[in-house]
Write a protein that binds this ligand. Structure first.
Ligand code: PGA
Length: 249
């Protein structure tokens, strides 16, 4: 099930991080080059992209952004367009994160149009999908995920894509999905992606930390992690990278 894919450990800093935090993170991370078979990515806030891009590139860390606007330029006060992200050497763009779906009200249609804009400018979306606790308890997890993935219908098959399965109830809560839940859900997500004609990496996200990374990264169909809280400190982020490297070595 796609386990020959290169793992990606991506840090999503969300709305955290000042310049000093970025410098401390890079100082601490600097002496630890990523192992060949694990790619390391970092998605700091927009304000840190330019100041981090050069040093991260030297360390072999791939830069990404947490959002993008679906227009090229113009009167869209407060928005950031794909070319601005390219200008800061971003490769990844997180799209459809549950915090943007639930707090900002981002729709599947909007996410698809941001995905097109991301592809148009040569970047790779990390499409986040996930069910709420209520949806899991109602037994409609697969239906919810299938609907979120359906935005890929008609999308070009030759564009770079990573999907992140993040159960909403596991994000920032300290509760992780069990290995069985992760394995079953990733199998379903891979099946749906195959039906849609996409053979891409599927990351797991939701309270991944140094203590649970090895177990989660060993689940079949899991090809990396999207890490929130534990990516803010270089030490814990490095431990997750190392645990992943051991699992796949
Ligand atoms: P968390 O966040 O690791 O803090 O749970 C993950 C995410 O939202 O991407």
């Amino acid at each position: 099930m796609g386990n020959d894919k290169r793992r990606l450990i991506a840090g999503n800093w969300k709305m955290n991080g000042l310049l000093q935090d970025a410098i401390e993170f890079m100082d601490a991370f600097g002496g630890n080059p990523a192992p060949d078979h694990v790619e390391v990515g970092l998605m700091p806030p927009f304000t840190l992209l330019h100041s981090m891009s050069e040093r991260l590139a030297k360390m072999g860390v791939t830069l990404g952004a947490q959002n993008v606007y679906n227009e090229d330029k113009g009167a869209f006060t407060g928005s950031i367009c794909p070319m601005m992200l390219r200008d800061a050497d971003c490769h990844y763009v997180i799209l459809g994160h549950s915090e943007r779906r639930s707090i900002i009200g981002e729709s599947n249609a909007k996410i698809r149009s941001k995905m097109n804009a991301t592809w148009l400018h040569g970047m790779e979306p990390i499409l986040c999908i996930g069910e709420t606790l209520e949806q899991r308890e109602k037994g409609i997890t697969n239906a919810v995920l299938a609907e979120q993935l359906a935005i890929l219908k008609g999308a070009p098959k030759d564009k770079p894509l990573t999907v992140a399965y993040e159960p909403v109830w596991a994000i920032g809560t300290g509760v992780t999905a069990s290995a069985q839940q992760v394995t079953e859900t990733h199998a379903f997500v891979h099946e749906e992606l195959t039906k849609l004609g996409h053979d891409c990496r599927v990351l797991y996200g939701g309270s991944v930390n140094p203590g649970n990374a090895a177990e989660l990264m060993a689940c079949p169909g899991v090809e990396g992690a999207l890490v929130g809280g534990a990516s803010l400190k270089a030490e814990s982020f490095m431990e997750i990278v190392k645990a992943t490297a051991l699992v796949v070595s």
